[in-house]
Design a protein around this ligand. Structure first.
Ligand code: 9WN
Length: 444
């Protein structure tokens, strides 16, 4: 049933806005927003950043609480954990839960139980956007409190995680990319020794709430578990990662977020009495490192680098389009990335006939139903939409915006959408879909 279609089938924008606000209100949990009441009942790192962007339009005080509660769980080394567990929930409400991560035994972990991994650092951008959308004295004070924490987050990623030594942060687990089972990770993940039977010892929570055919497989999960085991056994220390940890990759989307964070921090610094200069310099260095290490002139797009082999990973996923969001991406790369985005692989157009997919729809391993292996996701569209406006392509930005609004108007605030039909998939009341829709409706 259409969620918010008006007369003549045009989206009813006011109804859509109400639906988005109701979704965010329904997922609000004392000091944060859960991505989904069923599938993801705790607090997730990059979800909270996207949510803050949307909340700033309608519940600005909550936007600052959202970011504040996440950063209250920051580790002493600056890492912002990818999950902050809600102690009020019963054991088993998510796998892997707090007992599996065992963060209490790691040095510098906060009092709250958390995971030991990170997610793309989109928080400085979110904080800056929240401030711009709803400027207030309380917001400025919250921004000033967050600033040193955001700087510490960047320092952790830029130092402890620069395992490759080339100025980019490296990921130690596919969960850190936010695109967990993207085909980009297939080759490096396949080298992680694991047996799907290991999963008999655990109870997956996701497949109780979502179709197993849409989710990562048991073998994927066995490898996810093995990677956490390895990192946790070293108490989540990053000093011996090089040459030892079985999964080490540099991701274009993650490092785009790292660069965007420095651009945002430069503006935040100027606002709260800090020095924007070092942030601008770091932003320029990150863009240069992305070009140097992850851009492939043969494909014209960015690819993750596998630090175990030293090679670029060949899959052409939506990760490779993300650097378009960088304001200082040179014109040549803007043109080649746009050519890829507008090709039949991704189908971006001023009038889109299908939603933006998360993976090359012409690839053999494109799967329209399985999570990050094809379906359309609002956060990927939103990042690209921002890039299109930054690089002055209002025609394409308008086409993508219309497509994103159309998805929610037809299917509701689903977690992700079928890349051909636009049917809603995954969790039906998903927070970042609602939040980013609010931003898109407001024009960014
Ligand atoms: C593991 C919460 C998170 C998102 C990720 C998405 C999914 C978790 C899972 O859900 O990951 O972190 O259980 O599959 O891949 O991007 O942050 O919405």
């Amino acid at each position: 049933m259409p969620a918010a279609r008006g007369d003549g089938d045009a989206p009813d924008l006011a109804a859509l806005r109400r639906l988005a606000v109701a979704t965010l209100d329904g997922n609000w949990e004392h000091d944060h927003t859960v991505p989904s009441r069923t599938l993801y009942p705790h607090q997730w790192s990059w979800d909270s950043a996207f949510v803050a962007v949307g909340l700033a339009h309608v519940r600005p005080a909550r936007a600052w609480r959202e970011l504040g509660s996440l950063f209250a769980a920051q580790w002493a080394d600056g890492r912002v954990p990818h999950i902050v567990f809600n102690p009020a929930l019963r054991p088993g409400s998510y796998f892997p839960g707090p007992e599996f991560w065992d963060s209490a035994r790691a040095e510098g972990a906060p009092a709250a139980a958390t995971s030991g991994l990170v997610q793309p650092p989109v928080h400085a951008l979110a904080a800056w956007l929240a401030h711009r959308r709803a400027p207030s004295d309380a917001g400025r004070a919250a921004l000033a409190r967050l600033y040193p924490r955001l700087v510490a987050q960047q320092r952790y990623l830029g130092r402890a995680r620069d395992v490759g030594g080339g100025g980019l942060a490296c990921l130690v687990h596919p969960w850190e990319s936010g695109l967990d089972n993207s085909p980009a990770w297939d080759a490096p993940l396949a080298r992680v020794p694991a047996d799907a039977a290991v999963m008999r010892a655990y109870r997956r929570h996701d497949t109780a709430h979502a179709d197993a055919a849409h989710r990562p497989t048991d073998l994927d999960y066995a490898r996810y578990v093995a990677l956490v085991d390895a990192y946790r056994d070293g108490r989540y220390r990053d000093d011996g990662l090089a040459g030892a940890h079985p999964f080490l990759v540099e991701c274009p989307l993650f490092n785009t977020a790292l660069g965007l964070a420095e651009h945002a921090l430069a503006r935040i610094a100027a606002e709260v009495g800090g020095d924007p200069g070092p942030h601008r310099e770091r932003a320029a260095r990150i863009t240069a490192a992305l070009l140097d290490r992850l851009y492939d002139p043969a494909t014209g797009v960015f690819h993750p680098r596998d630090l175990r082999t030293g090679r670029l990973l060949p899959a052409r996923t939506a990760l490779g389009l993300a650097p378009l969001a960088l304001p200082d991406l040179p014109g040549r790369q803007v043109a080649t990335v746009l050519a890829e985005a507008c090709s039949p692989r991704f189908g971006l157009a001023a009038r889109m006939d299908r939603p933006l997919p998360s993976h090359d729809r012409t690839a053999d391993d494109f799967e329209p139903l399985r999570y990050w292996r094809g379906p359309s996701w609002m956060n990927l569209g939103w990042l690209l939409w921002r890039g299109l406006r930054t690089h002055r392509r209002p025609d394409l930005a308008a086409g993508l915006r219309e497509s994103m609004i159309g998805l929610v108007a037809t299917a509701g605030c689903h977690e992700y959408f079928h890349p051909d039909t636009g049917a809603g998939l995954g969790s039906p009341a998903f927070a970042w879909t609602a939040a980013l829709l609010l931003d898109v409706l407001a024009g960014g």
